[in-house]
Design a protein around this ligand. Structure first.
Ligand code: GAL
Length: 690
């Protein structure tokens, strides 16, 4: 259980009482009680009100609302208020604002304008965290700490002098000697050799392509800086309030820093998720983000924010039609969340985000949105036993930020516009193609399993693989020391390992593996890659099956990329049908111990993916329930008790076949046998009774 908040599923949202007169607070409490809100996150952006100048702390208003909430049985997730520093602080210290790659210091006037390595900012947040923790230690309402807010949302890259100094120090600790750094970075190229640590600047845009190892190291340095920034606050708070769990809310975009760095220092992982209601596939998008959060700590996570209806930052912000907020909330529970929380409680009257929906919209309590919120809050007591249960996945997809940053450089390889025009700027990093995208490839593989209702965890490359039967490593461009051994052990013990084109090109220092790409993974896959051929935008090749294989057709299409490969010990299951490498293998299988390792030298079409995923699931004895399009089934369980979440993301009423026996719907109490009819956007949570 995340906290002892009753009745177990946490329900509430970000609450900004400071935006409203105190008379409104009473009204808020009345409506929160109606909606069965049991936790709110407060204080998140209140720094200026909590500390109007360097030597004054003013907790009076926060005390009053904390007491009111406690008196009404509503728990508090207390924000440390550090994501938006007050103007007086920014103006007093000239190192606070972050510096863009162009060299321009950002102006104050928004949130997240701070530099993560600013000593003045770090000193100020430690002090604020200490004052808050001392002040609220033992408060009845305090159940959870929420540090900062969405790290890196706006300030993911800074190029200031403090970051430069920090980078030099970080490099010294990592490489020890300049000779070593010069060797690892390959600075012999283009006369880049460094003779003094002070000569190493931040890798800002230059006349053209830049040193790729330096770029990656800078990204790694900033990533670790985010983690150490979190630890600045966490250590202070932990010492003063050791019994209160601590979290920070992550965005659903994990490209900005390595989230796995946080894994041993979060008591609960928290997610903000904002799928686009205008996109019919948004539920697949959300399923992957939930899986990432669930897998991070391997236990129930928290949805800290979602929108009650529309947001205000997509180009067009459609509402969530009736039923969708409920459906997506249950989807989060299905995938392992123990909370349903929103941004924000009351839609703002003023300020930047006044067009964003709130649980209490501008229209007030008689609005459709509040009525849906109230209904959901009241319904949740029926599913309280779901809290603390988990999703058991036998399949894992590996996510590696170093590979991600090497494939989709945060410094830009050029981008593809909506109408498929490819842009290439003078500062883009030299690269084989802008048409590969690390995360899209990961998403492609995730969806192939998710479409068959097979749960997938998303884990780091150094996680324990032994609890899984299938491990997929899409586009694992960088192969680091130790990884080959983990894969060999996993496959040797009966696991199925899958990897794709453009994997194993570089080592941890971004040096290319010579004598055949795949480098250290050549043996486990029984394959060597000689050359690669990125395909043009509409370019295609053909996957020709080498022999009849159960469940497969004779031919499929493929796009994006073709590797020209040779097998050593692997069996060729399919070859390319076209181009000068027609007849060369593109889909191989290598037996190692009692397991198998597959290589896909291209991006196969969806039909192939379905056949392939079905085959490996069947080989490993993993169930893939057949359900109509748009129906999602996810099971949470504990001690052999299962909760089957059936979610209808489709547009029409749909009937699904149930497993044998009687199933009780937790939400309605109805007993279902044989089939279940799900209304449009309908949800059923079934527990087998016989
Ligand atoms: C989140 C942020 C919230 C709010 C919300 C609006 O990224 O944490 O404070 O701005 O977006 O959708």
């Amino acid at each position: 259980m995340i906290t002892n908040t009753a009745p177990n599923i946490i329900f509430g949202g970000d609450y900004f009482p400071e935006q409203w007169p105190e008379e409104t607070w009473k009204e808020d409490i009345r409506l929160m009680k109606q909606a069965k809100v049991n936790m709110v996150s407060i204080g998140i952006f209140a720094w200026a009100l909590l500390q109007p100048d360097e030597d004054t702390f003013t907790f009076g208003w926060l005390d009053r609302i904390m007491d009111m909430l406690a008196d009404n049985g509503i728990d508090v997730c207390l924000g440390t208020a550090t994501a938006a520093q007050p103007n007086w602080l920014t103006q007093k210290y000239d190192d606070i604002l972050f510096v863009r790659e162009s060299g321009e210091r950002v102006a104050c006037g928004s949130r997240q304008t701070y530099c993560i390595n600013s000593p003045s900012y770090r000193k100020a947040i430690r002090r604020l965290a200490k004052e808050m923790a001392l002040h609220y230690k033992g408060h009845r309402a305090l159940k959870l700490w929420h540090i900062n807010n969405e790290y890196a949302n706006k300030n993911s890259m800074c190029f200031c002098k403090n970051c430069e100094k920090g980078f030099q120090k970080w490099l010294k600790a990592k490489y020890k000697t300049l000779d070593n750094l010069n060797e690892c970075w390959g600075t012999v190229y283009w006369s880049e050799k460094y003779f003094d640590w002070d000569q190493i600047n931040t890798p800002r845009a230059s006349a053209g392509g830049r040193n790729a190892t330096k770029l990656l190291d800078y990204k790694r340095f900033l990533s670790e800086s985010f983690f150490s920034l979190y630890m600045e606050e966490r250590s202070v708070i932990r010492e003063i309030t050791p019994d209160i769990p601590i979290t920070t809310n992550f965005e659903s975009d994990w490209s900005k820093f390595d989230h796995f760095l946080f894994k041993d220092h979060l008591d609960v992982a928290s997610l903000n998720f904002y799928p686009d209601p205008g996109n019919p596939d948004s539920y697949k998008w959300a399923a992957l983000r939930h899986a990432m959060m669930r897998s991070l700590l391997g236990k129930p996570f928290m949805v800290m924010e979602q929108a009650p209806s529309q947001v205000d930052w997509y180009p067009v912000n459609t509402t969530k039609p009736p039923g969708v907020m409920r459906l997506w909330s249950y989807q989060a529970l299905a995938h392992g969340s123990d909370s349903i929380m929103f941004f924000q409680w009351r839609a703002s009257k003023k300020g930047t985000e006044k067009y964003h929906s709130g649980m209490v919209p501008h229209y007030g309590e008689n609005s459709r949105v509040f009525k849906e919120i109230r209904a959901l809050g009241n319904e949740l007591k029926k599913v309280k036993n779901v809290a603390g249960t988990t999703v058991e996945s036998k399949v894992a997809i590996l996510l590696d930020n170093d590979s991600w940053w090497s494939v989709d450089s945060p410094y830009g390889h050029g981008t593809k516009s909506l109408d498929n025009e490819v842009f290439w700027s003078a500062n883009s990093q030299p690269f084989p193609t802008v048409l590969v995208s690390y995360f899209s490839e990961l998403e492609y593989y995730f969806n192939a399993f998710h479409d068959l209702n097979v749960p997938v965890d998303v884990i780091g490359i150094d996680y324990d693989f032994s609890k899984y039967k299938i491990v997929v490593a899409p586009l694992l461009h960088m192969v680091k020391p130790g990884f080959k051994e983990s894969v060999e052990k996993f496959v040797g013990n009966g696991g199925t390992f899958i990897t794709t084109y453009f994997t194993g090109f570089i080592d941890e220092h971004v040096g290319v593996f010579l004598g055949g790409y795949l480098g250290p993974l050549k043996d486990v896959l029984g394959v060597e890659v000689e050359e690669y051929d990125p395909l043009p935008l509409e370019g295609k090749n053909v996957i020709k099956m080498a022999a009849e294989l159960d469940g497969f057709k004779k031919e499929y299409g493929c796009t994006v990329w073709c590797d020209v490969i040779h097998t050593t010990t692997a069996k060729t299951l399919a070859t390319f049908g076209e181009d000068y490498y027609a007849g060369f293998p593109c889909f191989t299988e290598n037996q190692l111990g009692s397991g198998k390792a597959y290589y896909l030298a291209t991006r196969p079409d969806e039909e192939f993916m379905r056949a392939f995923v079905r085959k490996i699931l069947a080989d490993q004895g993993i169930r893939a329930p057949q359900l109509p399009e748009g129906i999602e089934l996810v099971t949470r369980s504990k001690n052999r008790k299962n909760f089957d979440f059936y979610l209808n993301h489709g547009d029409t009423e749909t009937e699904v076949k149930l497993a044998e026996g009687k199933h009780e719907d937790l939400l309605t109490g109805t007993i279902h046998e044989g089939t279940l009819t799900l209304a449009r956007y309908g949800v059923s949570i079934l527990r087998k009774t016989t």
